[in-house]
Design a protein around this ligand. Structure first.
Ligand SMILES: Cc1cc2nc3c(=O)[nH]c(=O)nc-3n(C[C@H](O)[C@H](O)[C@H](O)COP(=O)(O)OP(=O)(O)OC[C@H]3O[C@@H](n4cnc5c(N)ncnc54)[C@H](O)[C@@H]3O)c2cc1C
Length: 380
């Protein structure tokens, strides 16, 4: 069996590696001409995602470990905390490079400059057509082509697309700011607007935040506005909030990460010999910290289903049954976090410690403790 994997981001290479482990040949086709070195901001990979990546043979000592999350208000008062197995925060480009090295080592073909434009399905296979006019045939096709997936629309022309959550994301570093953080701890501050930060081993404070902006902008459009203009706007938005005020006063650079987007539930994950994996099927907003992790889990589960169930449509349906409740539960929780990220009111602030102690902590732990048993046989 041969799989055509469309998209060479995170889900694509993990799918190809998992399929190879399942004994299925896979080739990856990526739209961009060049590899994505140096592209993107920081990603969180949660313990469940790290476990999925280890299944496909990736060493997961990348980035920095984060063992606890502390929620605070804008005066530095702790509202709650959750501790567990470490997640890792990593530059997307570093994770991407590791995956690329592993696919190369395993002799998985990754072709660049192959933007999928059409798919034809036959009784016994699929043929993909790319923008350069070339075609490729296989037994099945996996759409790992991200939140603006072309495969999703080919499967279902009425499929929904991403929706702007009304927030733009930024990230930067502050040195000599006088702000401290415990090691391996990520702080989430709910003040005038949301801000997260952690202390890096070199003493600088890395931070990321969201700013309410009515019209969406891409990362490229954000980059056209001078850093000083954005910094001035952020300083005004945060006012005297701590530690935002100090961090913004000691940051000279800024990365505009792009818009926060929510992906509505995708009604069709598969049709005939085509199936979706990763953000194309389920992109929880980045506030879940689970985008890359869920993509890795889905890649592994899809490969298990294809390994154990010979009939392709049945394998796809089983994969969807295994994945949909989990990913949609996490997406719904992320949507609630986004509404908090515009800043929380006094009542929510008061209730936050209680919510964290009960519902929040339980859901968070359940999300992170999820593990896939690769060796277990998948039953229909
Ligand atoms: C450039 C970039 C930067 C990102 N930066 C961040 C970040 O800073 N923080 C964060 O939390 N998440 C970021 N993400 C999203 C994050 O990578 C995903 O949420 C997560 O890892 C799931 O990965 P995915 O492979 O499903 O999707 P993606 O990582 O989006 O990968 C999809 C891939 O498919 C390719 N593609 C799209 N259309 C086609 C087509 N028609 N034919 C062939 N290939 C196609 C894209 O070029 C891309 O390489 C970024 C994504 C991209 C593409």
């Amino acid at each position: 069996m041969k799989a055509l994997v469309i998209g060479g981001g995170i889900a694509g290479p993990v799918t190809a590696l998992a399929l190879k482990k399942a004994g299925i040949e896979a080739a990856v086709f990526e739209a961009y001409d060049a590899a994505a070195d140096g592209v993107g901001g920081v990603l969180n990979v949660a313990p469940n995602g790290l476990a999925a990546l280890r299944i496909v043979g990736l060493e997961t000592d990348f980035g920095e470990p984060v063992r606890r999350m502390v929620l605070a208000d804008n005066r530095g008062r702790e509202l709650g905390r959750v501790e567990g197995d470490p997640s890792r925060v990593v530059w997307r480009a570093d994770l991407y490079r590791r995956l690329r090295d592993l696919t190369t080592a395993q002799r998985i073909k990754v072709e660049h400059g192959k933007r999928l434009v059409d798919v034809e399905t036959h009784d016994n296979g699929v043929t993909a057509t790319f923008a350069d006019g070339s075609t490729e045939s296989g037994d099945l096709l996996v759409g790992a082509d991200g939140i603006r997936s072309a495969v999703r629309t080919i499967i279902d022309p009425a499929a929904p697309g991403p929706e702007y959550a009304g927030l733009l994301g930024f990230g930067s570093y502050a040195s000599q700011s006088g702000v401290h953080g415990d090691p391996e701890t990520m702080y989430f501050v709910f003040g005038s607007s949301f801000l997260g930060y952690w202390a890096q081993p070199d003493g600088t404070i890395a931070w990321f935040n969201n700013l309410a902006v009515p019209e969406p902008m891409t990362a490229a459009e954000m980059a056209e506005i001078p850093t000083e203009t954005w910094l001035a706007r952020l300083r005004e938005a945060y006012g005297d909030d701590m530690p935002a005020k100090r961090l913004l006063a000691h940051s000279d650079t800024l990365i505009g990460v792009g818009p926060l987007e929510m992906m509505p539930s995708v009604p069709r994950w598969h049709r005939d010999r085509m199936v979706l994996v990763g953000d194309s099927a389920h992109a929880p907003s980045s506030s879940s910290g689970q985008g890359a992790s869920l993509a890795a889990e889905s890649a592994v589960q899809l490969a298990r289903c294809l390994r154990d169930i010979r009939d392709i449509p049945t394998a796809f349906a089983t994969y969807e049954q295994l994945r949909r409740p989990r990913v949609e539960g996490i997406a719904a929780r992320a949507a609630r976090t986004n509404s908090n990220k515009r800043g929380i009111g006094p009542i929510t602030r008061l209730l936050m410690p209680l919510v964290m102690k009960t519902v929040g902590r339980k859901a968070f732990t359940r999300d992170q403790n999820h593990r896939i048993d690769w060796d277990a046989q998948v039953s229909r």
